[in-house]
Design a protein around this ligand. Structure first.
Ligand code: ADP
Ligand code: MG
Length: 138
Protein backbone atom coordinates (compact mmCIF):
# COMPACT_ATOMS: atom_id res chain seq x y z
CA UNK A 1 0.00 0.00 0.00
CA UNK A 2 1.20 3.47 -0.90
CA UNK A 3 -0.12 6.97 -0.51
CA UNK A 4 0.28 9.78 -3.02
CA UNK A 5 -0.77 13.41 -3.27
CA UNK A 6 -3.22 14.49 -5.96
CA UNK A 7 -4.32 18.02 -6.82
CA UNK A 8 -7.29 18.77 -9.05
CA UNK A 9 -6.13 22.02 -10.61
CA UNK A 10 -8.10 25.26 -11.19
CA UNK A 11 -8.90 24.57 -14.86
CA UNK A 12 -10.76 21.43 -13.77
CA UNK A 13 -12.52 22.82 -10.67
CA UNK A 14 -13.76 25.74 -12.80
CA UNK A 15 -15.26 23.36 -15.37
CA UNK A 16 -17.03 21.29 -12.68
CA UNK A 17 -14.90 18.21 -13.31
CA UNK A 18 -14.09 17.19 -9.71
CA UNK A 19 -16.45 14.22 -9.71
CA UNK A 20 -15.39 12.92 -13.12
CA UNK A 21 -11.73 13.04 -12.08
CA UNK A 22 -12.30 11.34 -8.72
CA UNK A 23 -14.27 8.62 -10.56
CA UNK A 24 -11.12 7.78 -12.54
CA UNK A 25 -9.19 7.25 -9.30
CA UNK A 26 -11.91 5.11 -7.75
CA UNK A 27 -12.43 3.02 -10.91
CA UNK A 28 -8.72 2.17 -10.70
CA UNK A 29 -8.85 1.11 -7.03
CA UNK A 30 -7.35 4.24 -5.56
CA UNK A 31 -9.13 5.37 -2.41
CA UNK A 32 -9.52 9.01 -1.33
CA UNK A 33 -8.32 8.95 2.29
CA UNK A 34 -8.13 12.74 2.74
CA UNK A 35 -9.56 15.63 0.73
CA UNK A 36 -10.17 19.39 0.87
CA UNK A 37 -11.05 22.21 -1.52
CA UNK A 38 -8.81 25.21 -0.92
CA UNK A 39 -7.48 28.38 -2.49
CA UNK A 40 -3.69 28.23 -2.58
CA UNK A 41 -1.92 31.38 -1.49
CA UNK A 42 0.77 32.70 -3.82
CA UNK A 43 3.36 31.68 -1.20
CA UNK A 44 2.02 28.12 -1.03
CA UNK A 45 1.96 27.76 -4.83
CA UNK A 46 5.52 29.12 -5.09
CA UNK A 47 6.75 26.78 -2.38
CA UNK A 48 4.92 23.71 -3.72
CA UNK A 49 6.46 24.16 -7.19
CA UNK A 50 9.86 25.35 -5.90
CA UNK A 51 11.65 22.53 -7.80
CA UNK A 52 10.59 24.28 -11.03
CA UNK A 53 11.76 27.74 -9.92
CA UNK A 54 14.35 28.07 -12.71
CA UNK A 55 12.02 26.82 -15.45
CA UNK A 56 10.60 29.40 -17.89
CA UNK A 57 7.03 28.33 -17.11
CA UNK A 58 7.33 28.82 -13.32
CA UNK A 59 5.76 32.32 -13.10
CA UNK A 60 2.72 31.44 -15.21
CA UNK A 61 2.38 28.07 -13.45
CA UNK A 62 2.14 29.87 -10.09
CA UNK A 63 -0.44 32.33 -11.51
CA UNK A 64 -2.45 29.45 -12.92
CA UNK A 65 -2.44 27.52 -9.64
CA UNK A 66 -3.89 30.53 -7.77
CA UNK A 67 -6.43 31.39 -10.48
CA UNK A 68 -9.16 29.34 -8.78
CA UNK A 69 -9.71 26.76 -6.08
CA UNK A 70 -8.01 23.38 -6.11
CA UNK A 71 -8.93 20.03 -4.54
CA UNK A 72 -6.05 18.39 -2.70
CA UNK A 73 -6.33 14.71 -1.89
CA UNK A 74 -4.39 11.83 -0.49
CA UNK A 75 -4.94 8.72 -2.61
CA UNK A 76 -4.18 5.28 -1.19
CA UNK A 77 -3.78 1.97 -2.94
CA UNK A 78 -1.39 -0.60 -4.31
CA UNK A 79 1.35 1.18 -6.24
CA UNK A 80 -0.52 4.45 -5.72
CA UNK A 81 2.28 6.74 -6.92
CA UNK A 82 2.86 5.07 -10.29
CA UNK A 83 -0.79 4.15 -10.71
CA UNK A 84 -1.91 7.74 -10.24
CA UNK A 85 0.69 8.93 -12.77
CA UNK A 86 -0.66 6.37 -15.26
CA UNK A 87 -4.26 7.48 -14.67
CA UNK A 88 -3.21 11.14 -15.12
CA UNK A 89 -1.37 10.64 -18.41
CA UNK A 90 1.53 12.65 -19.83
CA UNK A 91 2.13 16.25 -18.76
CA UNK A 92 1.26 17.44 -22.28
CA UNK A 93 -2.32 16.39 -23.05
CA UNK A 94 -1.51 16.34 -26.77
CA UNK A 95 0.58 13.20 -26.21
CA UNK A 96 -1.30 11.71 -23.25
CA UNK A 97 -2.70 8.19 -23.73
CA UNK A 98 -6.36 7.84 -24.57
CA UNK A 99 -8.57 7.46 -21.52
CA UNK A 100 -6.21 9.30 -19.17
CA UNK A 101 -7.42 12.33 -17.22
CA UNK A 102 -5.19 14.70 -19.13
CA UNK A 103 -6.16 13.31 -22.54
CA UNK A 104 -9.85 13.67 -21.67
CA UNK A 105 -9.92 16.89 -19.71
CA UNK A 106 -6.73 18.99 -19.86
CA UNK A 107 -6.78 22.31 -21.70
CA UNK A 108 -3.02 22.69 -22.30
CA UNK A 109 0.40 21.58 -21.08
CA UNK A 110 0.05 24.11 -18.26
CA UNK A 111 -3.68 23.87 -17.49
CA UNK A 112 -3.51 20.08 -17.35
CA UNK A 113 -6.18 19.37 -14.73
CA UNK A 114 -4.20 17.32 -12.20
CA UNK A 115 -1.00 17.08 -10.21
CA UNK A 116 0.37 13.79 -8.91
CA UNK A 117 3.48 13.05 -6.85
CA UNK A 118 6.28 11.55 -8.95
CA UNK A 119 8.01 9.39 -6.31
CA UNK A 120 7.23 7.82 -2.94
CA UNK A 121 9.61 10.24 -1.23
CA UNK A 122 8.03 13.30 -2.86
CA UNK A 123 4.58 11.90 -2.08
CA UNK A 124 5.38 11.80 1.64
CA UNK A 125 6.66 15.40 1.56
CA UNK A 126 3.73 16.67 -0.53
CA UNK A 127 1.19 14.97 1.73
CA UNK A 128 2.82 16.66 4.74
CA UNK A 129 2.66 19.99 2.91
CA UNK A 130 -1.18 19.88 2.93
CA UNK A 131 -2.35 17.42 5.58
CA UNK A 132 -1.71 16.59 9.22
CA UNK A 133 -1.87 12.93 10.30
CA UNK A 134 -5.33 13.28 11.87
CA UNK A 135 -6.78 14.58 8.58
CA UNK A 136 -5.92 11.30 6.82
CA UNK A 137 -8.73 8.97 7.68
CA UNK A 138 -8.11 5.79 5.69
P1 ADP B 1 3.92 16.76 -14.08
O1 ADP B 1 2.78 17.57 -13.50
O2 ADP B 1 3.43 15.84 -15.16
O3 ADP B 1 4.72 16.04 -13.03
P2 ADP B 1 6.13 18.64 -14.29
O4 ADP B 1 6.45 18.27 -12.86
O5 ADP B 1 7.22 18.55 -15.28
O6 ADP B 1 4.89 17.77 -14.83
O7 ADP B 1 5.56 20.13 -14.33
C1 ADP B 1 4.73 20.63 -13.31
C2 ADP B 1 3.60 21.38 -13.95
O8 ADP B 1 4.12 22.54 -14.61
C3 ADP B 1 2.83 20.64 -15.06
O9 ADP B 1 1.86 19.75 -14.56
C4 ADP B 1 2.23 21.79 -15.83
O10 ADP B 1 1.09 22.34 -15.15
C5 ADP B 1 3.37 22.80 -15.79
N1 ADP B 1 4.26 22.67 -16.96
C6 ADP B 1 5.18 21.69 -17.20
N2 ADP B 1 5.82 21.88 -18.37
C7 ADP B 1 5.29 23.02 -18.90
C8 ADP B 1 5.53 23.77 -20.09
N3 ADP B 1 6.44 23.37 -20.99
N4 ADP B 1 4.79 24.89 -20.31
C9 ADP B 1 3.87 25.30 -19.39
N5 ADP B 1 3.61 24.65 -18.24
C10 ADP B 1 4.30 23.53 -17.99
MG1 MG C 1 5.85 16.87 -11.46
Amino acid sequence: MERTLSIIKPDATKRNLIGKIIAKFEENNLRVVAMKKIFLSREQAEKFYEVHKERPFYPTLVEFMISGPVVVQVLEGENAVAKNRAIMGATNPAVADKGTIRAEFAESVEANSVHGSDSLENAANEIKFFFSDIEIVG
